[in-house]
Design a protein. Structure first.
Length: 275
């Protein structure tokens, strides 16, 4: 007896149960990556075509089997081409979850970095919101945003409310694009971000929100958005937008997600219901 659940000729052991469980977890993670995107429809279509191939092969339809077989023979290459963005996102997720990533970020023998103060960002966002001036601020975490920073202008400047207001002033040459914050400093401005192609993103959200969603879909960054049309302050993480935040809720969320002191903004810690 090879396992605890003998069924006639079928022997289902603990290794088989673990195998099925791991495959189920993998399929679920793939579904979570594809959910809400055009890629999910493509995956369903591909799976349907493969099932059709198995059916016609079982029925002995040689001509159709040959045609579909030739199409399936390039399946791996076609999958890489069609799902290159999703595959990259999956590998990034796996890399961030490994112990190696945590070891890489641990600085042996060095003093801990100063925690990021959210006050300048909250105060600048509040001021920009009152003037209906758009803004896009990206806070990097484990994921490396250097490639996006290189698309803009390097700053490497200390964070201050006045500098943020100057950057996003409508007459400033740096206002059109995103600011990237790395290691508690303003790394770059006027940066170009990937725009989300998720069809479920509400039409009311403009290009800034779509760019914020696009970046957070493929990295672990947190993005602060100020809408130029409505003046609303929003935070985006993991492709999810929390809209209509006030200064207190914004400070609390940034403190929670970035591991900083939300009281640094001089506001009580409270979280408003996103709308």
């Amino acid at each position: 007896m090879s396992g605890p659940f003998p069924i006639d000729f079928l022997r289902f052991g603990w290794t088989d149960a673990a195998d099925v469980l791991l495959v189920a977890v993998l399929l679920y993670q793939l579904y979570k990556l594809l959910r809400g995107s055009v890629a999910l429809n493509v995956a369903v279509g591909w799976a349907s075509l493969y099932l059709l191939y198995l059916v016609v092969k079982a029925l002995g339809l040689e001509l159709l089997t040959t045609i579909l077989g030739e199409f399936m023979s390039v399946g791996v290459l076609a999958t890489i081409i069609l799902f290159q963005q999703e595959i990259r996102r999956f590998l990034l997720t796996v890399g961030q979850a490994t112990a190696f990533e945590r070891v890489r970020r641990w600085r042996w023998g060095r003093p801990a970095a100063e925690p990021l103060t959210v006050a300048p960002f909250v105060e600048a966002a509040k001021s920009l919101s009152s003037k209906y001036t758009g803004a896009l601020i990206c806070f990097s975490q484990a994921s490396d945003l250097s490639s996006y920073a290189e698309s803009g202008d390097c700053l490497d400047a200390e964070v201050s409310k006045r500098l943020l207001l100057s950057i996003f002033n409508k007459t400033s040459p740096l206002h059109d694009g995103a600011v990237i914050v790395t290691g508690g400093r303003l790394q770059a401005a006027r940066c170009i971000l990937p725009v989300s192609d998720n069809p479920d993103v509400p039409a009311a959200l403009g290009l800034r929100h779509r760019a914020a969603i696009g970046l957070t879909e493929i990295t672990d960054a947190v993005v602060l958005v100020v809408s130029e049309e409505t003046g609303q302050m929003s935070l985006v993480r993991r492709g999810v937008v929390e809209r209509g935040l006030d200064a207190a809720a914004l400070a609390a969320r940034l403190g929670e997600w970035l591991g900083t002191d939300s009281r640094a903004a001089g506001q009580p810690v409270a979280v408003a219901t996103a709308t």
